[in-house]
Design a protein around this ligand. Structure first.
Ligand code: SF4
Length: 633
């Protein structure tokens, strides 16, 4: 792809052409991936569509030990330079079960065992004070446990009535951080914040399945001891398996497995540690009371908004892309290494990416009148509409200022190229958001799958593209990646949005007020578009009535779900996610150097990680991937 003089490079035209592929498949309502005229090359081993019935634990200790020993022998010769992808782990699990003549129902258990022995040696080299012990609260004495819950889970009072106290006391003596919480979303956050480097987790296979892949594929050394059942009550475990690891430490010997955790920490440190130096204030010094100054108020709110909240995933992409294009030394240093330092040029551009993202969120919250963001009141709710709009604009200005500030060190051409890509991303985002609002305000307008896909490509992909492009552009010649980056980002963004659609329906099936909110609020989702396309005339009339109806949301959700299921909408959407994933991976297959290719696989796994909770749509034979692995995000 070349950048034209006016800065618009044909992304839209190219996007439309590519999107015509999957959308066209739905014109007939019946074509599937088998008829895809654009087959993708496959270098990465793929295993798809595992189901949720694969989580049996062998009943006897002898049987469990047999599988554990087999996994240890199997994992010993494995290449440990790169972390597992979830598909690779599943593939290993299936292969070993087949070799042992064991049934498929032990797949989850076997995956955990292989994952354990992939990571065990590296886990044991982590000093105790850098480890976390994660325990399930269902181990507690159900009746009469005096402990309360706080934001970190169960605050065990060590009364001694259950084994939690035994583990907790000993682990804390050694220096572990201990959490009694299941599937805690704060685990990865704690790791990324730099306080721990590895996890010893006890949990049922259901819990191990949830979002754990993000911890595993990020390269966090982990070891899991599965509970014998997922009944959440009076559960048991093989206690010796915990003690085997809990009290053991070994000196580092082997080369560590690649990990993106240090780079995630670097992205966090941009805002938590280096913020004031990289982006000094102009109108205020950040002292208490500066909000009271009329001249400094906007800057103070904008800096506060930019600095706090969010996963900083986009800045991470920029840093990781820079590192990967330079050979990947930071990622190769392993999860226990310190957050690597980056040139200020790279850091400032990564911060710019976040500034644009945060600006878009301020405006998006206004347009949707959202109440909360990052656990705080949204800016327009807190400060009023005018102030929020102004702060969003201020953040956009900050973003461009950060980019142009690098022109001295990085060169004017690099700064201009990055600014151009960010400007293009900004325009596309607004076009996508505008298209969504236009459709929302035009009742009765037919929504086609191609329209929804194009909106997705405009709304989500440009931020991925700009973040990836910026890191690569600063690392060296961009020519080898010029065409690949926007296409890769588009597949990532489109797949991500479709997954979001599916997750919108994966709330508690009994809580109809939770599921289907996007569709009911007249957002132009792909699911709705697929339903309109495949619906019979009678179903189409009903769809229009549901969308326009004012009866209770629970009733409308139930009716909408029925039509979606009748039209095969969930399966079609999942197929499109898989196609986005396959196409993104196919692009990665061809990329050099290897460090960049591995990063791209990682981004695909992170962005297109399926929801691992039992989805409400699973009853229809959901192909959503189940992944039992090691800890929790
Ligand atoms: S040891 Fe802790 S978790 Fe177990 S029953 Fe006592 S207070 Fe509750």
């Amino acid at each position: 792809m070349t950048i034209s003089a006016n800065g618009f490079d044909g992304h839209e035209a190219e996007g439309a052409a590519t999107l015509a592929g999957p959308a066209a498949e739905f014109e007939s309502g019946s074509r599937d991936v088998e008829t895809d005229p654009d087959p993708v090359p496959r270098k990465r081993e793929k295993v798809r569509r595992s189901t949720s019935h694969l989580k049996a634990v062998p009943e006897t200790l002898v049987h469990r030990e047999k599988l554990k020993t087999a996994a240890e022998n199997y994992a010993r010769p494995l290449d440990k330079s790169q972390p597992f992808s979830k598909d690779e782990l599943e593939s290993h699990g299936r292969k070993l079960l087949a070799e042992l003549g064991e049934p498929e129902k032990f797949l989850g258990f076997m995956m955990v065992m292989i994952g354990n022995f992939f990571w065990k040696q590296q886990f044991l080299t982590i000093p105790y004070h850098r480890r976390m012990l994660l325990l399930p609260h269902c181990l507690k004495h159900a009746e009469g446990c005096p402990a309360d819950y706080d934001e970190f889970g169960l605050d065990c009072e060590k009364c001694g009535a259950c084994s939690i106290a035994d583990y907790k006391v000993r682990a804390e003596q050694l220096g572990y951080k201990v959490l009694v919480a299941e599937g805690s979303p704060i685990v990865l956050k704690i790791i990324v914040s730099g306080h721990i480097d590895g996890i010893l987790g006890v949990a049922c296979l259901n819990v191990l399945e949830k979002a754990i892949d993000k911890v595993l594929i990020a390269g966090v050394p982990s070891y899991a001891v599965p509970l014998h059942s997922g009944d959440c009550k009076s559960t048991t475990l093989d206690e010796s398996w915990v003690w085997d690891v809990l009290e053991k430490y070994e000196e580092p010997q082997a080369t560590p497995t690649t990990s993106y955790v240090p780079l995630m920490r670097s992205a966090n440190e941009l805002f938590d540690v280096h913020f004031d130096r990289l982006l000094p204030r102009v109108r205020s010094k950040g002292v208490p009371g500066d909000l009271e100054s009329a001249l400094s108020a906007t800057e103070a709110i904008a800096y506060d908004w930019l600095r706090h909240g969010g996963k900083r995933f986009r800045p991470f992409i920029t840093l990781a892309a820079y590192d990967a294009a330079k050979g990947g030394s930071a990622a190769a240093a392993g999860s226990g290494s310190a957050a690597p330092a980056f040139p200020d040029t790279v850091s400032r551009v990564a911060m710019a990416i976040e500034a644009f993202h945060k600006a878009s969120l301020v405006h998006d919250d206004i347009e949707d009148d959202d109440l909360y963001r990052y656990g705080r009141e949204t800016l327009h709710r807190r400060y009023g509409l005018g102030t929020a709009i102004n702060v969003g604009d201020h953040l956009i200005g900050l973003g461009y200022r950060l980019v142009t500030s690098i022109r001295g060190e990085a060169g004017a051409e690099a700064a201009a190229d990055i600014a151009d890509r960010m400007a293009a991303a900004h325009v596309k985002l607004c076009d996508g958001q505008g298209a969504e609002m236009h459709w929302h305000e035009s009742p009765g307008q037919m929504l086609k799958p191609i329209d929804a896909l194009q909106i997705y490509a405009l709304k989500t992909s440009p931020a991925f593209e700009a973040a990836l492009y910026a890191g690569l552009r600063l690392a060296g010649p961009i020519a080898p990646y010029e065409d690949m980056v926007p296409v890769f980002a588009r597949h990532l963004g489109v797949g991500f949005q479709i997954l979001n659609d599916l997750k919108d329906w994966q709330g508690d099936d009994n809580n109809k007020l939770v599921a289907g909110q996007d569709a009911l609020s007249m957002r132009p989702t792909l699911l709705l578009a697929l339903a309109f396309e495949a619906a019979t005339p009678a179903q189409r009339v009903e769809l229009n009535a549901i969308v326009a109806d004012r009866e209770s949301e629970a009733l409308r959700t139930g009716r909408l779900r029925r039509i979606f299921e009748q039209c095969g909408v969930f399966e079609k959407a999942q197929t499109l996610v898989e196609k986005s994933r396959a196409r993104a991976e196919a692009l990665a297959d061809e990329v050099q150097p290897d460090s960049l290719r591995q990063l791209m696989y990682f981004l695909v796994d992170m962005v297109l990680a399926p929801e691992t909770e039992e989805p409400a749509i699973a009853s229809a034979g959901s192909p959503l991937v189940s992944l039992p692995v090691v800890a929790a995000t």
